[in-house]
Write a protein that binds this ligand. Structure first.
Ligand code: BES
Ligand code: ZN
Ligand code: ZN
Length: 500
């Protein structure tokens, strides 16, 4: 769906439908003067009586088909005192989906109506575009063309009052569009079945997108990984016919080439069967999303390049396929990580931290980071602790933690701090190696985070995001369909936009 702008006020606006948000108890045409002016027929529309402004209420109102604005979709927000940016996002996601279901070709959202809602004028333009696009997201392409399936509206216009589109409004809409594009790309990669997306395929996608956007991209293959001593990542992939890859992306705009980079590291397990420590069968298919962290890193780097963000950002995708096989890693095996530490692998289903530890060690060998943030579908324990709406945040650097939480809030995501509890470090002691990669089940998310922290040198600012539990939606929501959510993509894009 194209994003457009219309100006010169409501009398000039023209679209198949206008979306109007309003609160409980408000009279629809009075929400903003522009609503009445764009669709004067609204005041006498019979269906107006049905529109009460309750939360999740959608009412379609029809005027004469030849009018500039022949239809209005009235979207209830509930009580005004409870309305926030997140409510606006959800309302617009549902609204656009309803427009698609009705086969509508063009949609207009009046900017003066957004301006009357809490959240700030430009913010709401950005979020309106973001939510409209994400509401329409679906994973298609692997199904036969369905004749009943409706097309997305051709365009969405933001309607402005003045003679020109204000620069701020235009920029805000573009930001919303790029954020939605980043999330959609990460979702599509996550939703792509593992047979169609192995480590080399994911690396190839990264290479192609990097070339298109002007990012530098290096793909390290097995020999390169061996040369770098990344035996943990290699161990994860050795049971698969599809060998691991480490992808390094860099956005270094002119004048920022020498600056310390923000480094984003993503877990890219293209399928997590558990390996020899095989997972139970139920819902194993969702483990095609175990590369969501890496997909997010790619989409954020691509967005950073497109937006020409004025800072240096490095993205590392640690990609491997975790499969059982005669050559697969066994529980009890010991391998040496890129840091030089020997690691005892007690459970081959805890593969994510193995892939990541080599990537983290490599990041600190190659660069002096301004900060490192890793993102991973790392532990079932985190999903148990926090559920499906909030991701785990491990970070001992107050400023970085606050920046991450603020970035999440901006984009409608949420991160909750969990402790890097020092006392549990001894649970990672191994009888045979420098470190064991798992601890007891209790506090599982913390043990995983402490294992990663072992590979972070003193003084390096680092945060770990555990998105297991939020990366997969098992029921549809206003901004998500069943499947990969790419939770965290928007947060990291906002972090990249704002800097650390
Ligand atoms: N990819 C899984 C974690 C996961 C679980 C992601 C549920 C999304 C939803 C990870 O590799 C894993 O299997 N972790 C194990 C670690 C354990 C063996 C120490 C887990 O959480 O059970
Ligand atoms: Zn696993
Ligand atoms: Zn995994």
């Amino acid at each position: 769906m194209d994003i457009r702008f219309q100006c010169n006020g409501p009398a000039q606006w023209k679209a198949d439908i206008m979306v109007v948000l309003f609160c409980k108890g408000e009279r629809l045409p009075d929400v903003a003067p522009c609503v009445d002016a764009a669709a004067p027929w609204l005041a006498i529309a019979p269906a107006l009586r049905d529109a009460r402004g309750d939360k999740d209420e959608l009412t379609m109102l029809h005027g004469h088909p030849e009018l500039n604005i022949p239809r209005v979709l009235a979207v209830g927000l509930g009580a005004r005192e409870d309305v926030d940016v997140s409510a606006v996002r959800k309302a617009l996601g549902s609204a656009l989906r309803r427009c698609r279901a009705a086969g509508i070709g063009s949609v207009l959202i009046p900017e003066p109506m957004l301006a009357a809602l809490p959240g700030g004028r430009e913010r709401l333009v950005e979020e309106a575009v973001y939510a409209s696009l994400l509401g329409l997201y679906r994973f298609s392409g692997l199904k036969k063309a369905d004749k009943d399936e409706r097309k997305d509206p051709e365009w969405l216009a933001i309607g402005f009052e003045g003679e020109f589109v204000p620069d701020g409004g235009q920029a805000a809409a573009r930001r919303g569009e790029r954020a939605a594009e980043a999330v959609a790309l990460a979702r599509t990669l996550a939703n792509t079945p593992a047979n169609l997306l192995g480590p080399a395929d994911l690396a190839e996608k990264a290479r192609a997108l990097a070339a298109e956007r002007g990012l530098s991209c290096t793909v390290m293959e097995e020999d390169d990984l061996r040369e770098q001593g990344m035996h943990c990542l290699l161990a994860v992939g050795q049971g698969s016919a599809r060998p691991p890859r480490l992808v390094v992306l860099e956005h270094a705009p002119e004048g920022h080439e020498q600056e310390k980079p923000l480094i984003l590291v993503g877990k890219g397990i293209t399928f997590d069967s558990g390996g020899i420590s095989l997972k139970p069968g139920a819902n194993m298919h969702a483990m095609k999303c175990d590369m969501t962290g890496a997909a997010i890193v790619l989409s954020v780097l691509a967005a950073a390049a497109e937006e020409q963000l004025p800072r240096r950002i490095v993205g590392i995708m640690a990609c491997a396929d975790n499969m059982p096989d005669g050559r697969a890693t066994r529980p009890g095996d010991v391998v040496v990580a890129a840091s030089g530490d020997s690691v005892e692998i007690q459970n081959t289903d805890a593969e994510g931290r193995l892939a990541l530890c080599d990537a983290l060690a490599y990041a600190q060998k190659e660069w002096t980071p301004a900060a490192i943030v890793d993102i991973a579908t790392l532990t079932g324990a985190c999903a148990v602790a926090l559920g499906s709406e909030v991701a785990g945040l491990f970070c001992d650097d107050d400023a970085l933690r606050e920046r991450l939480q603020a970035s999440a809030t901006l984009g409608g995501e949420a991160l909750w701090p969990l402790p890097l509890w020092k006392g549990y470090k001894e649970n990672l002691k191994s009888e045979v190696a420098d470190i064991c990669h798992i601890g007891p089940r209790e506090g599982g998310a913390i043990h995983a985070a402490l294992f990663l922290q072992h590979f972070i040198q003193d003084g390096v600012r680092w945060a770990h995001l555990d998105i297991a539990g939020v990366d997969w939606a098992s029921k549809p929501g206003p901004l998500t369909v069943i499947g990969g959510t790419a939770f965290g993509a928007r947060t990291l894009l906002e972090l990249a936009r704002g800097g650390v």
